[in-house]
Ligand binder design. Structure first.
Ligand SMILES: *Cc1c(COP(=O)(O)O)cnc(C)c1O
Length: 436
């Protein structure tokens, strides 16, 4: 049996040694947490007007440090980015029956945040190059009920903000940026997150940096910032004391980050620039190799954009390659060590299923059983049928694949093995045509 025999056909794999899992916490976090514990104030938030309405000193320091470093007027921490997105929707004044234009290629919370305020997500297809919402298709989806655009800087590549902001200004729409994949990167000299009206970042364990769970809203708009702070922390209790005139959507919840998480966040944010540089270095190294396969397209980096490489996404053209994406990656997986956790998977087929295919849109049952909020506008029917966004469906079903290994703890040498596995399968792909 030759060394070139594919592992899926009984040959020897290219590599058996596990890819190293990144270590996300160290002594500095331990010390920061212990300092908070020694102080004894795990959270100092108070759910009514007063000195602790905006939290304790570590929460405030985390917010201020982030705001200063990345040039945002306001940063407002929250206990997850899901609650951050909900807060952003509320702070933008979305109300039952309002339509919000949304990308279908994102984590579910991007769209469910709209539903939580009774808003109705209207999905607009993505660009096939960046996988972000396609500005050329937004205007056709605008109706008299449209109030906002919810976009994602997917995988860490900025959405086309100039085009999106121009449409938003023309139609008087708010713009919300889900920048969960893109902390600390710029679009044309501005950090993403608050180029629109409000946006922010996730600090769950899977993101570039984390606080266990957590998130951060950023905005340059004073009113939106204040409403966000109210929603985060029982704003209903502040109406009289703060003399609020517009009390819509002020009713709040408890989305407060603890002092412990903020202390971890302050340490973690120091790593972010290095992580992004490392990922960019790996992406460049890997991209130079991966561009040599007909039918395989490495990610683009558009003019004026920086990339955070949350994951490294490529495209697969089965017509040119001659086998399906599924067949191909089943064979590649056999050449490389079996992953123990998600981050060790060399290649993942597609990303998330287009959001509108989720049963809550298919059956139009989200809040309660009567169809709210999809039934809010008499005579208006919402269409979430398969086929409404052909590009995202094609990416999901056939073309997109991504490499989670463009990250910390992975080296150029590791990527050589990944490349060799890919090349071995590519060169022998005629042998797997009939498998699977
Ligand atoms: C992770 C993520 C979220 C949700 O963030 P959490 O902090 O886990 O609540 C939202 N949108 C996108 C694009 C994400 O990747």
């Amino acid at each position: 049996m030759s060394a070139n025999q594919l592992a899926i056909l009984g040959g020897t794999p290219v590599r058996s040694q596990d890819f190293q899992i990144r270590k996300t916490l160290g002594e500095a976090e331990k010390k920061a947490v212990m300092d908070v514990l020694d102080r004894g104030d795990i959270s100092l938030f108070f759910g009514s007007p007063g000195p602790f309405f905006l939290g304790g000193p570590t929460v405030k320091e985390f917010e201020n440090t982030w705001a200063q470093k990345y040039h945002f007027k306001h940063a407002i921490s929250v206990n997850s980015w899901t609650t951050g997105l909900m807060t952003a929707i509320g702070a933008c004044g979305i109300e039952p029956g309002d339509e919000v234009i949304c990308t279908p290629y994102s984590m579910s919370a991007t769209a469910t945040s709209i539903l939580f305020y009774g808003g109705i997500p209207v999905f607009v297809d993505i660009e096939p190059e960046t996988f972000n919402i396609d500005p050329a298709k937004i205007e056709a989806a605008i109706t008299p009920r449209t109030r906002a655009i919810m976009l994602v800087h997917l995988f860490g590549h900025p959405a086309d903000m100039d085009a999106i902001m121009a449409i938003a200004r023309k139609h008087n729409l708010k713009v919300i940026e889900d920048a969960a994949h893109a902390p600390g990167i710029k679009y044309k000299d501005k950090y993403v997150g608050a180029i629109g009206d409000i946006g922010g970042f996730s600090f769950n364990y899977h993101k570039h940096i984390h606080t266990g769970e957590g998130g951060l809203l950023v905005t340059n708009n004073d009113e939106i910032a204040q409403k966000s702070q109210l929603i985060r922390n029982h704003g209903e209790n502040c109406i009289e004391a703060m003399g609020l005139k517009d009390i819509s959507n002020v009713m709040g919840s408890n989305y407060r980050l603890t002092e412990i998480q903020a202390a971890v966040g302050l340490v973690q944010m120091k790593y972010l620039d290095d992580y992004i540089s490392h990922r960019n270095r790996l992406a460049k190294y890997f991209g130079a190799k991966m561009k040599n396969f007909p039918g395989i397209t490495p990610p683009v980096l558009k003019d004026g954009c920086e990339h955070a490489y949350y994951v490294y996404a490529l495209k697969f053209d089965e017509k040119i390659v001659g086998v399906s994406r599924k067949q191909f990656f089943a064979a590649v997986a056999k050449e490389l060590p079996q992953p123990k956790i998600w981050e060790q998977i060399p290649f993942v087929e597609a990303y998330i299923r287009p959001l509108y295919l989720n049963p809550i849109y298919q059956q139009q049952i989200a809040m309660g059983k009567k169809g709210f909020p999809f039934t809010m506008n008499p005579g208006v029917k919402y269409n979430y049928a398969k086929g409404i966004c052909p590009t995202v469906e094609r990416m999901f079903e056939k073309e997109l694949f991504h490499c989670p290994l463009i990250r910390e703890a992975v080296t150029e040498k590791d990527l050589d093995d990944v490349y060799n596995a890919f090349e071995k399968v590519y060169n022998n792909r005629h042998l797997i045509k009939d498998i699977g």
